[in-house]
Design a protein around this ligand. Structure first.
Ligand SMILES: *Cc1c(COP(=O)(O)O)cnc(C)c1O
Length: 349
């Protein structure tokens, strides 16, 4: 059975990175977050293209992701790890030359004891209550930590996609209170924070989703097209049903196409009976349930049934599809399945 084809335009990813980079001043470097396999698009390929565009600092969630990325990127670019230095991570951090963002006194102690002299950063909790040292903790160990010369002090905004949310200013103030006067490089902004303006930019920004043109940087280019191959087409008579639980019943004779992708490929089951696929410029409704490996689509109105229909592409972005599924573009992209045949375009591909 043919696979879904995931076209990834690396030139569009690089163009988005350059636009995000241009939103901050010359004194602010722009990194790139490529956790979760580069938001589902392939961390190695995305990071290599961005390194070609000038990115020098990459962020991943875990040390295992960092070690895998190091093999693909080679020496040179800095790879930082949000989850910090967890028990058992020392070997990977040392061998792959990773920079853990230490999240607690426990992690700081572990790092200084197991890898003295090895680069690290510190993640501070400015109010999100997810990762990082709290103000009290930082007050207790900050002086000691600063003596060991961290490379970066960072924190993360909880509500940056809502520019008017009062949390943004509160977190900015909390971050400044913890870091002003330290002389260490600082980072607060992910994609949303970049759009909040210069006060939020500090020395380094960390865009992830914006590289893929999703909200809050939906002004960006859309690098992804997902084309689903047709397995078969059948004629369905009036009153016949389609798929599990017989949720679609034909009101008139219909032509139904079965396509090779389902919830195991990252198409949420909540798209059942809701989503639209595209034959070029012509919309075709998904009918019936999304099953594990297959979906069914009404193509009665097409003069000719093509070999593929698009579920992501020029007419439907990851955010558009997410809105239908009741989720966010981040989840659509990072769910894109391992069965997709990824085809890269541009970016030195
Ligand atoms: C995921 C993440 C980012 C990137 O966020 P986007 O909203 O995708 O730009 C930046 N910093 C941290 C700590 C993250 O967890």
């Amino acid at each position: 059975m043919a696979s879904p084809i995931l076209h990834i335009d690396l030139d569009a990813v690089c163009a988005n990175w350059r636009r995000l980079d241009a939103l901050s001043g010359a004194g602010t470097r722009t990194g790139a977050v490529v956790k979760a396999d580069g938001y589902g698009l392939g961390a190695g390929r995305v990071a290599r293209a961005l390194a070609g565009a000038g990115a020098r600092q990459f962020f991943v969630a875990t040390c295992a992701e960092g070690a895998a990325l190091r093999r693909l990127l080679g020496e040179g670019p800095e790879i930082s790890v949000f989850s910090g230095h967890m028990a058992g991570d020392g070997g990977q951090i040392r061998d792959a030359g990773l920079v853990p963002m230490l999240n607690s006194v426990e992690q700081l102690t572990r790092h200084l004891e197991t890898l003295p002299g090895h680069a690290f950063g510190i993640q501070l909790d400015s109010g999100m209550n997810r990762l990082g040292m709290e103000p009290g903790e930082w007050q207790a160990v900050g002086a000691l930590a600063l003596q060991a010369r961290p490379r970066l002090l960072m924190s993360h905004l909880a509500c940056a996609d809502e520019p008017d949310h009062p949390m943004n200013r509160q977190q900015l103030q909390a971050f400044r209170a913890m870091t002003d006067g330290t002389g260490v490089a600082r980072s607060l902004a992910a994609t949303g924070g970049i759009l909040l303006g210069p006060e939020f930019h500090f020395d380094l920004t960390r865009p992830g989703i914006g590289l893929h043109g999703c909200a809050p940087f939906d002004a960006g280019q859309k690098p992804v097209t997902l084309s689903l191959p047709m397995v078969q087409v059948r004629e369905v008579a009036t009153d016949e049903t389609v798929g599990y639980s017989a949720t679609f019943r034909a009101a008139a004779p219909a032509r139904i196409a079965t396509l090779a992708a389902g919830y195991a490929d990252g198409l949420p089951r909540s798209l059942s009976g809701q989503a639209t696929l595209w034959a070029g410029d012509i919309p075709c409704p998904l009918v019936g349930r999304v099953s594990m490996d297959l979906i069914t689509v009404d193509v009665t109105h097409l003069a000719e049934v093509p070999e593929h229909l698009d579920i992501l592409g020029p007419h439907q972005s990851a955010d558009d599809l997410a809105a239908v599924a009741g989720t966010i573009g981040y989840e659509i992209l990072t769910s894109l399945g391992a069965r997709h045949d990824r085809r890269y375009h541009g970016g030195g591909a």
